[in-house]
Structures are given as structure tokens and as C-alpha cells.
Design a protein around this ligand. Structure first.
Ligand code: G6Q
Length: 552
């Protein structure tokens, strides 16, 4: 089936949710906890060793039932099947969406465009394994015979954010003797700062670009090649120091990279869903292929859960539906991602692309304009640092900001009492957000201290009251390892999909990034050639003139 086109607002469930919202909205979370001693048990989910506590959300069991009815009416189960079976659900690009095939270890074949996708995937995985073994054994030698010690991923967007975030997240699993770097921004500073740390004799560049036409990546790849050839001199040496990850094997060959050093993937892998494919080679270079495979297996376990579990107990489904609840009924415009694990500090940035590029859309599947809100802004940073910056607004600001708090039970760096302190903050923040602090409690605290006048107390009370009733979801797992990280990321991918199905939009294209690219190409010509025709608004012309006047 193709995805059906149907406005969620026209479902029976939506009407019921609107009425239900009016009943739930005035309720304080502490009231909901007081009313039901079993609330945590009823509203938390277990997936393997992972715990998803939804109970500090502004929902009741009825809310979840109604949201699940909405998903049923929007035919989510059929959509999930279309995803896994390789139907062309990325309709505006006429492509299947099969990142799940990249981590499918089940034996069955999966035909896409008359090819067995699973066989193709396994061939490339074998090629990646062989590459990693050579790299880590020191058998892959540079042009002067020295083994490689530095690997640099050059890519941007989906060919950068995932690999960089995972390499950072799994740093405690990193192989000895290999350091992994990332260059992405076309700002020359990015390349300059990385290259100055490197030795051309022992550096290998991974050029990661699905299309191999992305201007930023090609510019950085050419800069890296120039830097390398300045030392190595002979173009023949390029093949020992450059490999490519791409669907465009022709352009790769033209760049000078040998076919045996080209790792393929396919149109049915979207950029922001591609870290599981050859695009993950920098990850596998950092942690070894076996650990990379463990990450794939964690994702596969979440895929199975998503495909096989009834909607009401299905983690990505409920996570996606909660986002609908807050966005479309509470009117929340942002959502914070708050990892209490320093290794996950890049997760908010990765999820920004995943969710905002997928679901930041205004056209419905039939091309009309949506009449309801879609993706909220995703933002966040690691705790506890973020507590000392923007948490003030989450606690006492005028917006309600649903938050995902994420933490491992055990640290990968158990030092003294650090982890106990970290987790004390993790538990305390969600409790404080939920409960708040009433005026009576504030006054009682002042009274207990007994060192202030009534006038001073009255002046301070309004500032020290916390409304509470601020929603959060807590995600915990035993330890951050490749398997768990794979499951966590797959969960967020599927949550993204669920939201797109409910919002009746296409989640797998990104036409919104094209306009700026087109204009940049034209402006670049004008900046290089004084005689090129130019026709901009007065602001853009004024800015360009300022630049031209002062450039050196
Ligand atoms: C992701 C987007 C985008 C893409 C980059 C890099 O879903 O499509 O972020 O990954 O533009 O594209 P290339 O891999 O083709 O260089």
C-alpha cells in the first residue's frame, strides 16, 4: 500500500482527544501521582534492560488509549509494515526507506529494484570488516610504509552528525592506536584546525557523501587531498590514504579513489538514517567492526519490538504519540533532549536533524497545507551543565517544555561518587519539574530559617514558587554500550516515523534545504565574477557590497 492521505484532525480519536485534553489539562501531575499509587508501574515500559518512564507526563491511561486509537485510525500498523517491507514510502523521491535492512540479521531476502538488498548489505559489511581488520592490525600501510593512526571522516549533515555523535558516545570502546577526527563545515577553519594535528604519512581520509556532489564535502575533500599531496607528491599514493562511502561510484572514481576502496550504499538509505550503512565506517574504525555490529544488533532488537509489539506497549509508538499530544493539544513548540552522560553530549544535535529535517514540513501527503502544527524545535545539552544554564526557563519560564532525560545506571568512568552525584541530579530534576514548590512550602522554609522579616519574605515568595506540572520522560539503561546505543537511536528513528504518519506528512525527504543551496551557488558566482548579473533585494545586495568592499 502507499501511505494513505488523511488529516489526523478528521479522526474520531482527535475529537475525543480534544475533549479529553480539557479534562486533563487542569490536573497537576502531583495530583495524578497522589490519586494512583500504581502510576509508575502503569505508565512505564521495559525494553530489554532499558526503562522508559512515561509517568511524569501530563497523561492518564485514557490519554494513551485515545492516542493509540488515533494511531489505529491513521493506519499506523499498515504504515509500519510498508516501511519494513521496502515499499516506496518516500514518495516525493520515489524511494523505499530501508535503514532497517542495514541491521537485519534475519536470513530472508528482501527484493528492492530487482536486487536482493540484504545480500548487497552483507557484501558491503564484509568489505567494511576486512577494511577494519587491516586498519587495526596495522596491515593497512601509508605511502611510507607506516601504519595508519588517524582516520578523518569528511562529510556533512547525515554523513557527519551520526558518525560523530556515535564515535563520541562510544569513546570508551575505542581501539587503541587509532584516533578519529571529523571535518564537516565548509568554513576552512574546520579543516585547518583538524589538519594541523595530523601527519600525512599516517592519516587516512574517509570521504562520506551519498551523492558525492555536496559542495562542502567535495571542497573539504579537495583541501585534504591537496594537503596530502603536498607531502606525498605522487597521485598514486592517494589510494592508500583516501576511501569513499557513496552511492555515486562514478564521481568517486573521478576523484581518484580506487573502486576497491569505495564502500557502496543505496538510494533507499536516507542521509540522516545512514550511520548504520557504510557511512558508519568511521565508527567501525574507532571501535572495531565487532562492536559496530553490536550496535546494529541493538537497533535490530528495537526494530523487532517496533514491528511486533502492540501499539499500547510499543516504546517508539508511545514516544511519538506523546509528542503529538504535547504539540497538537498542549501547543508546545519545543522539546528538550537532556542526556545525563557526557558521552551523549552530541545526541541533541543528532536528534535535531533526525526529527526536524524529517518532520519540519507544511505540506500534507496530498500536497495541501497542514492545518495543525508539525515538528517542534528539538534542542538540549548534557546534564548537569545544562542545569546551570537554561534549566531556569524549563522550571519557571512561560513555556511548557517536554523533556527526555536519559541516563545510564552505571558509568563507563566510575570515579569516586561522581556517578551518584550525577544521578541524584537526574532524579531530582524530574521530581522538581513535576512537583514544583507551593507558596506554603516556600513560606514554611522561610519560617524555619527565622532570619527574615515578613516584608522581606512577602517580596521573595513569588520568585521562589515553582508551579511544577512540567512534563518529562526518563530513559534509563544499565550501561552505555554499542548495543544499547543502537537500540536507543533506532527508538528515536521510529518515533520520528510515527509522528510523520500521524501528521500525514512525508518524513523522508528534505526539500526545504534546497532553496538556500541554489541561491548560494548563484551568489558564489557573483562573488567570484564582478560582471556576473546580480539582482537581489537591497538587504542582500548591501551585505554583499559590504563584504566585497572589505575583503582582503
Ligand atoms: C539527510 C540529508 C542531508 C545529507 C547531507 C549530505 O538526511 O539528506 O543532511 O545527508 O546533505 O549529503 P551527501 O551524503 O550526499 O553528501
Amino acid at each position: 500500500m502507499m501511505l494513505k492521505n488523511y488529516a489526523p484532525t478528521h479522526t474520531h480519536a482527535w475529537q475525543k482527544l480534544e475533549a479529553h485534553y480539557k479534562a486533563v489539562q487542569p490536573k497537576h501531575l502531583s495530583e495524578l501521582f497522589a490519586e494512583d499509587a500504581q502510576r509508575f508501574e502503569k505508565l512505564s515500559l521495559q525494553f530489554e534492560d532499558m526503562l522508559f518512564d512515561l509517568s511524569k507526563n501530563r497523561v492518564t491511561e485514557v490519554t494513551l488509549d485515545l492516542l493509540v486509537s488515533l494511531a489505529q485510525e491513521m493506519e499506523l500498523p499498515a504504515a509500519i509494515e510498508s516501511l519494513f517491507s521496502g515499499e516506496k514510502i518516500n514518495a516525493t523521491e520515489n524511494r523505499a526507506v530501508l535503514h532497517t535492512a542495514l541491521r537485519s540479521f534475519a536470513g530472508d531476502a528482501l527484493e528492492v529494484e530487482e536486487e536482493d538488498a540484504l545480500k548487497e548489505v552483507r557484501d558491503v559489511q564484509q568489505q567494511m570488516r576486512t577494511f577494519c581488520n587491516k586498519l587495526h592490525s596495522g596491515d593497512w600501510k601509508g605511502y611510507t610504509g607506516k601504519p595508519i593512526t588517524s582516520v578523518v571522516n569528511i562529510g556533512i549533515g547525515g554523513s557527519h552528525l551520526g558518525p560523530q555523535m556515535v564515535a563520541e558516545a562510544l569513546k570508551s570502546y575505542q581501539k587503541e592506536g587509532i584516533e578519529v577526527y571529523f571535518i564537516s563545515n565548509v568554513d576552512g577553519t574546520d579543516a585547518a584546525e583538524v589538519l594541523k594535528k595530523l601527519d600525512p604519512e599516517t592519516t587516512l581520509f574517509i570521504i562520506a557523501s551519498k551523492t558525492f556532489t555536496t559542495k562542502e564535502t567535495i571542497a573539504n575533500a579537495e583541501t585534504a587531498r591537496d594537503w596530502f599531496l603536498k607531502a606525498a607528491r605522487d597521485k598514486e599514493h592517494v589510494k592508500k590514504h583516501f576511501v569513499a562511502l557513496s552511492t555515486n561510484t562514478k564521481a568517486v572514481a573521478e576523484f581518484g579513489i580506487a573502486p576497491e576502496n569505495t564502500f557502496r550504499f543505496w538510494d533507499w538509505v536516507g542521509g540522516r538514517f545512514s550511520l548504520w550503512s557504510a557511512i558508519g565506517l568511521s565508527i567501525a574504525s574507532a571501535i572495531g567492526y565487532d562492536k559496530f555490529e553490536e550496535m546494529l544488533r541493538g537497533a535490530e532488537a528495537m526494530d523487532k519490538h517496533f514491528r511486533q509489539t502492540e501499539l499500547r506497549r510499543n516504546v517508539p509508538v508511545l514516544m511519538g504519540l506523546l509528542s503529538i499530544w504535547y504539540t497538537n493539544f498542549f501547543g508546545c513548540q519545543t522539546h528538550a533532549i537532556l542526556p545525563y552522560d557526557q558521552y551523549l553530549r552530541l545526541l541533541p544535535e543528532f536528534l535535531q536533524q533526525l526529527l526536524m529535517e524529517s518532520n519540519g514540513k507544511t505540506a500534507t501527503r496530498d500536497g495541501s497545507k497542514v492545518t495543525y502544527q508539525t515538528q517542534p524545535v528539538i534542542w538540549g545539552a548534557a546534564g548537569t551543565n545544562s542545569q546551570h544554564s537554561f534549566f531556569q526557563l524549563i522550571h519557571q519560564g512561560t513555556f511548557i517544555i517536554p523533556c527526555d532525560f536519559i541516563a545510564p545506571v552505571n558509568s563507563n568512568n566510575p570515579i569516586g561518587q561522581h556517578h551518584t552525584m550525577l544521578l541524584s541530579n537526574f532524579f531530582a530534576q524530574t521530581e522538581a519539574l513535576m512537583k514544583g514548590k507551593t507558596e506554603e512550602e516556600v513560606r514554611a522554609e522561610f519560617a524555619a530559617k527565622g532570619n527574615m522579616s515578613q516584608e522581606e519574605i512577602d517580596a521573595l515568595v513569588p520568585h521562589k514558587v515553582f508551579e511544577g506540572n512540567r512534563p518529562s520522560t526518563s530513559i534509563m539503561f544499565h550501561q552505555l554500550n554499542p548495543y544499547t546505543l543502537g537500540a536507543l537511536l533506532a527508538m528515536y528513528e521510529h518515533k520520528t516515523f510515527v509522528q510523520g504518519i500521524i501528521w500525514n506528512i512525508y518524513s523522508f525527504d528534505q526539500w526545504g534545504v534546497e532553496l538556500g543551496k541554489q541561491l548560494a551557488g548563484k551568489i558564489e558566482e557573483e562573488l567570484l565574477d564582478e560582471n556576473a548579473p546580480s539582482n537581489h533585494d537591497s538587504s542582500t545586495s548591501g551585505l554583499m557590497a559590504y563584504y566585497k568592499k572589505h575583503r582582503k
